[in-house]
Every structure is written in structure tokens, then in C-alpha cells.
Design a binder for this molecule. Structure first.
Ligand code: MG
Ligand code: MG
Length: 258
């Protein structure tokens, strides 16, 4: 069952997603050498609650924290810990918040100090691929058009796309139908309809596409120890152009990109 959202529901989802966007910017302010990923989690949880929202991830299927922090070869679902960030780390922060019954979901990959040219290229290409996917999220296209655009952009740059984890519909539940893979064939899959809200979230590795799960039952890592990057926006499908409900604008302000 794919739920189409009314305009009123879309505005509530925008509010939840902007809380997530601002939470990621708060986290961005604290990303530096020596900070632990648990400290980042605490920053995020406090900020989300100060907005009158609740961290969607906290307690989700037993997940113990408010954000996922995935460092270097960790792809997604890293559990915040006493690990202190080091210069050269690649740090994906995935965040969800629920307010007025609707969820927001977004992820950004940061880095600490200087990183290698190749790692920087992985981050750039992955973020670009997110926007390539969003360009396809318009009424009348199909789910496969999104995945194909993401996969083509990443693979032509020599990177690989994770298949086991995918994007998703989102609304009153954090994960709704349809699934939104980051690979696929254009012209295949469910038809996109006006008012569908989906989280598009390419997870891209610098080496092999294969992952394994740590003994903690959550942390997904690349099998070959290569880096991974992950960016995510929640968007509503519209005619001609998707409306992006989350935002990286607040992060860009913190990082001095605007
Ligand atoms: Mg997410
Ligand atoms: Mg998601």
C-alpha cells in the first residue's frame, strides 16, 4: 500500500524534515578530532527534543540511540560509541525525527580535517547521485528511473552501489512502501504519483559493493574495508520537479559552503 500525502500532510512532513536538517547542522558544528560519536548523539537527541519532536531511531527495532554514525568502512547503522573521531575519518550521520505524527529522514556524510582525494571524490559523486535520483522523482516516472540514475552516476565514476539497503516511502511510519533501490532499470517498477513521499538515499562504496553486518546486529561495513558514503533526502513526487522536504542548507552554512 503506497500512501499519497495531502498538501497539509506534506507541510507537516516538511516541518519534521527541517527539524532533521537543523539537527544535522547542530551535529556538524561538533564534528572534529577527539569528539566521540556518543557526544554527537547527545547533541542530536537534545536538539530534536528541543524542537518538540522525538528521535525516530531511538528504540526503533531496539536501536539504542538517536542517530546512526557510520565511520570510514561503516556503510550505515553505526551505533554511537566512545570512539573518538580522528583526522581523515569519513563520517555519515543519519537522522530521523517525528513530529505531529510524521517522520523526517535525512543523512549527510562529513569528514574530519583533511581526507584523501579519492575519499573526497566518493563523497562528491555520492551526493551528486542523490540529486540525479531526485531529478527522476517526478510524476509518471518509475521507481527504476531513480535507481538507474543513481547507479549509472556512481558506477561510471568507478564506485559501487550497495544493494542490500534501499530508500523507502515515509510518512506516519519511518519506513513505508515503496522500496526505492539505488540501482535498477529505467522504465521498471512502480509508477511515481503526485503526493508520494519517498526517502532517496544512495549508499556508495569506493571498492566492492558487498557489505557484512557486525556482531552488534546493526553496523553494516564494506567487506573489503573500503570507504562508504551515504546521503539522503526526503522528497515529495510532483509533476515536473520533486519538492525536497529535507535540506542541506543549514549544514552548508555551518561548513561555510554558502
Ligand atoms: Mg535515514
Ligand atoms: Mg531512510
Amino acid at each position: 500500500m503506497i500512501y499519497l500525502k495531502t498538501d497539509e500532510e506534506v507541510e507537516l512532513m516538511r516541518e519534521s524534515n527541517l527539524i532533521v536538517a537543523r539537527t544535522l547542522a547542530e551535529v556538524a558544528k561538533h564534528i572534529r578530532e577527539g569528539v566521540t560519536t556518543l557526544q554527537l548523539d547527545s547533541v542530536a537527541e537534545k536538539f530534536i527534543r528541543s524542537c518538540g519532536a522525538y528521535p525516530s531511531f531511538l528504540g526503533y527495532e531496539g536501536f539504542p540511540n538517536s542517530i546512526c554514525v557510520s565511520v570510514n568502512d561503516q556503510v550505515v547503522h553505526g551505533i554511537p560509541s566512545t570512539y573518538a573521531l580522528k583526522r581523515g575519518d569519513v563520517v555519515s550521520v543519519d537522522c530521523g525525527a517525528v513530529k505531529n505524527g510524521f517522520h523526517g529522514d535525512s543523512c549527510y556524510t562529513f569528514f574530519v580535517g583533511e581526507i584523501s582525494e579519492e575519499a573526497k571524490r566518493l563523497l562528491d559523486i555520492t551526493k551528486e547521485s542523490l540529486y540525479k535520483g531526485i531529478e527522476m522523482a517526478v510524476e509518471g516516472n518509475r521507481i527504476g528511473d531513480i535507481g538507474c540514475a543513481i547507479q549509472t552516476h556512481c558506477e561510471s565514476a568507478g564506485f559501487s552501489v550497495v544493494r542490500e539497503m534501499v530508500g523507502h516511502g515515509i510518512g506516519r511510519s519511518m519506513h513505508e512502501q515503496p522500496k526505492v533501490p539505488n540501482y535498477g532499470k529505467s522504465g521498471f517498477g512502480d509508477v511515481l504519483k503526485n503526493g508520494m513521499v519517498i526517502a532517496i538515499e544512495p549508499m556508495v562504496n569506493s571498492g566492492s559493493r558487498y557489505i557484512r553486518i557486525d556482531d552488534d546486529g546493526w553496523t553494516a561495513r564494506t567487506v573489503d574495508g573500503s570507504w562508504a558514503a551515504h546521503y539522503e533526502h526526503t522528497v515529495v513526487v510532483r509533476k515536473g520537479k520533486a519538492d525536497i522536504l529535507s535540506s542541506f542548507e543549514y549544514i552548508d552554512q555551518v561548513l561555510g559552503k554558502t
